[in-house]
Design a protein around this ligand. Structure first.
Ligand SMILES: *Cc1c(COP(=O)(O)O)cnc(C)c1O
Length: 385
């Protein structure tokens, strides 16, 4: 059993000295472990990594070498993967609403399968990419998920049959159904309900002479969130897998994991660069903020853990980023030990929906990314690589 990606206090100090801060440390071995865990417990699943979670070339390349497929949503993601030698036969265009030029780009790249969830999109697909393969995305209610993607996407189950028939009548290759139960879905019920619902829709499609052949169970697979209990991911995967074997024994199964693959594979090292006492609270200013890697606080609603390696009483403090915008406050009323200027903080599990949405607002560069497993000769570390 391989060890999880870990950085000691000494590692953090040495890395900060050598490379400066803010610094993102990525473990490609952890990416591999996450991919293999998913594959081990759900062996039938054809993994399509959701590139939007973290498009870093080193993550994509690692997955490419493991044989993964990819979920793309834009021209930019298609071009990036193409340049890395990944063929369109390993991509699904998972965005249910696509500009015409993206459908053309996808067609030129050789992508065969596209998500749709509305009539206008089906008409557009038939016009721009006649005969293309489509999966109809079904809306699944799951208020338990941290990010409910079904507010924006998915056709109501009651409308799905009409869309399938429409796609067939338009001459498209009606390949199957897809769903996404929402990101960071910590319970397996949402998947089980969705799988059962889709079974009913597959059966109904059959009565209309449509033999659907692909079920895409989306992403949403969770990682441990700060302050939450440890997640038994193996139990979640096993129960999804059992449901697939029970309801879809002979159908091709796809999944589109994002967070689960990359979330635990990156850690951030950031430094306290300023300190102020305001409104009866300590304020700590870090060299990374809301406009950088901590953009995940806004877009991903994530509450990151800040490790200081100090064993002292906890206080409640405010953490702000380095920019001159008053919006650049990362956490308010955050429990922490007392900190000083120059202290280093380690932020684990910051690999998904973080650097992907970072900006260079106010002239602050994006945090540098280094690969943990490639440091062996560069720097003397605590843990053997
Ligand atoms: C974002 C997204 C994913 C990845 O979701 P995770 O919760 O990160 O696993 C998968 N599929 C689609 C269509 C998405 O938009």
């Amino acid at each position: 059993m391989q060890k999880e990606f870990h950085l000691s206090q000494t590692d953090v100090k040495r890395l900060a000295e050598q490379f400066g801060t803010p610094l993102l440390v990525m473990s490609v071995e952890q990416v591999k472990r996450n991919y293999r865990t998913l594959k081990e417990f759900m062996p039938r699943v054809n993994i399509h990594y959701a590139v939007k979670a973290n498009p870093d070339e080193r993550i994509v390349r690692t997955l490419k070498d493991l044989g993964s497929c990819f979920d793309v949503a834009s021209d930019g993601e298609i071009f990036q993967l193409q340049e890395m030698g990944i063929g369109g036969d390993r991509m699904v265009f998972a965005n249910p609403i696509k500009p015409v030029h993206s459908i053309e780009t996808a067609g030129q790249a050789g992508i065969s399968y596209y998500m749709v969830d509305s009539e206008p999109e089906i008409e557009k697909m038939a016009r721009v990419a006649p005969g293309a393969g489509v999966l109809v995305r079904v809306r699944m209610q799951n208020p338990e998920a941290l990010i409910d993607l079904n507010k924006k996407f998915g056709a109501e189950p009651a409308d799905v049959m009409r869309l399938l028939l429409k796609a067939r009548d338009c001459g498209l290759d009606v390949a199957g159904l897809a769903f996404h139960v929402g990101s960071q879905a910590t319970q397996h019920h949402a998947y089980l309900n969705a799988i059962k619902l889709c079974r009913g829709l597959f059966d109904e499609a059959m009565t209309h002479g449509m033999n659907l052949r692909i079920l895409d169970i989306g992403g949403g697979f969770p990682i441990r969130a700060p302050g939450s209990e440890k997640i038994n991911i193996q139990a979640i995967f096993s129960s999804i897998n059992n449901a697939l074997d029970e309801y879809f024994p002979s159908i091709e199964i796809w999944a589109e994991p994002g967070r689960f693959i990359c979330g635990t594979a990156v850690k951030l090292i950031t430094r306290v660069i300023g300190k102020q006492h305001r409104d009866n609270q300590d304020w700590y200013f870090l060299d990374e903020g809301i406009y950088g890697t901590f953009s995940g606080v806004i877009f991903d609603h994530w509450d990151y853990e800040l490790l200081s390696f100090k064993d002292e009483p906890l206080i409640s403090a405010t953490f702000a980023g380095p920019s001159c915008d008053s919006f650049d406050v990362i956490f308010r009323e955050k429990e922490t030990v007392r900190l000083d200027v120059d202290d280093l903080l380690l932020v684990p599990d910051i690999g998904s929906y973080s650097s992907a949405s970072a900006t260079t607002f106010n002239g602050f560069s994006k945090a540098k990314v280094i690969v943990w497993e490639q440091l062996g000769d560069v720097i003397q570390l605590d843990t053997a690589v």
